[in-house]
Design a protein around this ligand. Structure first.
Ligand SMILES: Nc1nc2c(ncn2[C@@H]2O[C@H](COP(=O)(O)OP(=O)(O)OP(=O)(O)O)[C@@H](O)[C@H]2O)c(=O)[nH]1
Length: 634
């Protein structure tokens, strides 16, 4: 914006003269000169323009300069505009005084001295320019201020948003931490910590009001096998589906928790805790009868359940948990998938079990274990084909007891492995001793195979090396040893296949023990390097009862189809033997043939049988023997 100067004069010639006087200055000082030929026109112009100065003729017809000045200064828009009066020279000072009283900034007489006029106008133009610059700066500053304010507001809003987000994130994290502290992340069930808190609360409530409640302790059966064969992800999904079925089996007010692994707990409060617990346990048992569907596979599993009641079975939350766990353990031992109520007698059994384990450790160190040997005869000729080493414990108080009596309760895997290791070593040493003791005609000894039951072991990768080390240590050919592997140990083929191939390649014979008890897949058995299957004694016992004979026949046929020899154990009666013989079973073993014998008796028996036949060590069974050449049966 450039400054403006207004010339007001009714006389056109004077107006022109003044304009020409200022024209050069107008250009030099860069301002705009506007003109008005009356007071009224001047008044109109001040309403639309801002003037640096008005050069006003005092003497005009109609509205004179003084009236015009008064009117201009009376308007708020132009109240401060400087006015310089230009008039003819009068003798008195009246006009000048009136001009000043009407707000004149200056007063010039005509003829005007050009430099005076130009200088005075220049002063006001300069003033106005500075004023304008100042206003521009002020506007700029105020804009800047506004920008700064906007910026500041934006900054504050940004900081505020960031803070709000942080607060929200922290809240979510806190909620998650809170949820994690009470929930199991895999199943979203209540976790162990929270369960214990709720259990303490239930105990306090029951104590206060004389109430009762029940605790169900659940453990899935053979879950490790599912993990090992189908993978951990399938295991995880199974745990989630089990959790959903548990929730569906209880009321919303009941608490279902996952303790970890495959262990769950259900807490049932309210009246009739015992009856309620049995009902819910059966519902859970029922819920497990339908297979679980995971990735298109149908997976069957069961859960063993122990039940503890408060206050009948315990006087604290921790004790109730322990007792329900003990009941679950006994349910599992008795039959997987069953339900057991806690009773004090279980704790007695638990103590006895702990004592067994302690005594077993001592037995191992104190050489209290012994092997007895039971012969296995070929069919139909009856020649001794193998000898099974059976573990016994010469217990200081109980006398000689069989492994079946003291081992099933031992859950200490390390101890079991040590016992098994001892058994393998002792069996190999015994055969080596028999070999050394036998003379040339006693060829029976040289042909007999020593079978060792691996029921106690897990098939770990190092097993092959350990077995072969025992054979080497006793300088025995591997063909002398037969390992009897319970069918259920073969279900996890991942580790076992490689171990079995190593043993087989070395010449060790491999037999599936208790065949038919664990439901191993036929394709899996076909692919393993096996020599024989040994029919589970339950099927032998069932011969002649219901469809027991058909079952035995089916197993023999199956063995044949798999290209394996078929052995029978637990043969007690002549009827059983006759059926097995007629079915084409290859070998048999059992009380009917001979009870387990001490090493010396077994050696004597082998040495005496130079005819390669064994009739029976039980005199009343002697009639059973059919002397034929060994190997004829196959
Ligand atoms: N998939 C999965 N497996 C788990 C998890 N936590 C523990 N496990 C596994 O669960 C298995 C528990 O097995 P156990 O209860 O000891 O044995 P089991 O095979 O169920 O045998 P029994 O209880 O005697 O019938 C172990 O192999 C653990 O490695 C988990 O969060 N997910």
């Amino acid at each position: 914006m450039i400054p403006k100067v207004l010339l007001v004069n009714d006389d056109a010639a004077s107006l022109l003269a003044l304009e020409s006087l200022l024209s050069e200055a107008t250009r030099a000082q860069h301002y705009q000169l506007l003109k008005a030929s009356s007071g009224h026109e001047a008044l109109r112009m001040v309403l639309t323009h801002d003037f640096a100065v008005i050069l006003l003729d005092a003497n005009m017809p109609g509205m004179d300069g003084f009236e015009t000045a008064e009117a201009i200064h009376s308007h708020p828009r132009s109240g401060a505009v400087p006015i310089i009066f230009i008039t003819a020279h009068y003798g008195d000072e009246r006009h000048r005084l009136e001009a000043y009283s009407k707000g004149a900034a200056d007063y010039l007489f005509t003829p005007v001295i050009p430099q005076v006029l130009q200088t005075k106008v220049a002063v006001f133009v300069d003033l106005t320019r500075k004023n304008l610059e100042l206003q521009a700066k002020t506007r700029e500053l105020s804009l800047l201020n506004q920008d700064l304010r906007v910026q500041r507001v934006q900054d504050l809003e940004r900081i505020n948003r960031a803070l709000e987000q942080e607060v929200a994130e922290r809240k979510v994290a806190e909620q998650r931490a809170q949820a994690l502290s009470i929930r199991d992340p895999l199943t979203n069930l209540v976790n162990r910590r929270s369960l214990i808190a709720q259990l303490e609360h239930a105990v306090a409530a029951a104590d206060r009001h004389g109430g009762e409640f029940a605790l169900l302790f659940l453990d899935l059966d053979r879950f490790k096998q599912i993990n090992d064969t189908l993978g951990h992800e399938v295991g995880d999904e199974l745990l989630r589906q089990v959790a959903a079925r548990l929730l569906a089996a209880v009321r919303v007010s009941d608490v279902v928790a996952r303790l970890g692994g495959d262990e769950f707990v259900v807490l049932l409060e309210g009246r009739g805790a015992g009856a309620n617990a049995a009902r819910v346990a059966r519902k859970i048992e029922q819920a497990h009868t339908r297979p679980f569907e995971i990735n298109g596979q149908r997976i069957a599993t069961s859960t063993s359940i122990g039940i503890g009641l408060y206050p009948q079975d315990a006087n604290s939350a921790a004790q109730l948990m322990k007792n329900a766990d003990t009941a679950m353990y006994h349910a599992k031992q008795h039959r997987r998938g069953s339900i057991e109520f806690f009773r004090e007698e279980l704790n007695t059994r638990e103590r006895e079990r702990a004592q067994w384990v302690a005594e077993l450790h001592a037995a191992l160190a104190g050489r209290q274990f012994e092997l007895l040997f039971q012969p296995r005869a070929a069919l139909p000729d009856g020649a001794v084909a193998a000898v099974e080493a059976l573990l016994y414990w010469r217990h200081p108080r109980h006398g000689l007891i069989a492994a079946a009596r003291f081992l099933p309760d031992v859950a200490d895997n390390l101890l079991l492995e040590q016992v098994c290791e001892w058994m393998l070593g002792a069996a190999c040493a015994e055969v080596a001793a028999w070999r050394a003791a036998s003379t040339a005609p006693a060829a029976q000894v040289a042909q007999v195979v020593m079978a060792v039951d691996l029921a106690l072991l897990q098939i770990r990768p190092e097993l092959a090396a350990r077995v072969l080390a025992h054979l080497r240590g006793c300088k025995l050919p591997a063909g002398w040893l037969e390992l009897e592997i319970p069918e259920h140990l073969l279900l996890d083929t991942r580790d076992s296949a490689a171990v079995l191939h190593k043993l087989k390649a070395a010449g060790v014979r491999l037999t599936v023990d208790d065949f038919g008890s664990a439901g191993a897949a036929l394709a899996m058995l076909r692919d393993l390097p096996l020599d024989a299957i040994k029919i589970d004694r339950a099927f032998v016992r069932a011969i002649g009862i219901d469809r027991g004979t058909d079952m035995a026949a089916a197993i023999v046929h199956l063995g044949r189809a798999l290209g394996l020899r078929v052995l029978a154990q637990g043969v007690h009666t002549t009827e059983q033997l006759a059926v097995l013989k007629s079915l084409g079973c290859d070998e048999y073993q059992g009380e009917l043939l001979s009870p387990p014998l001490p090493a010396a008796a077994m050696l004597a028996l082998l040495q005496a049988r130079t005819t390669h036949q064994i009739t029976s060590l039980n005199p009343h069974q002697a009639a059973l023997s059919t002397p034929k050449k060994r190997g004829q049966s196959r």
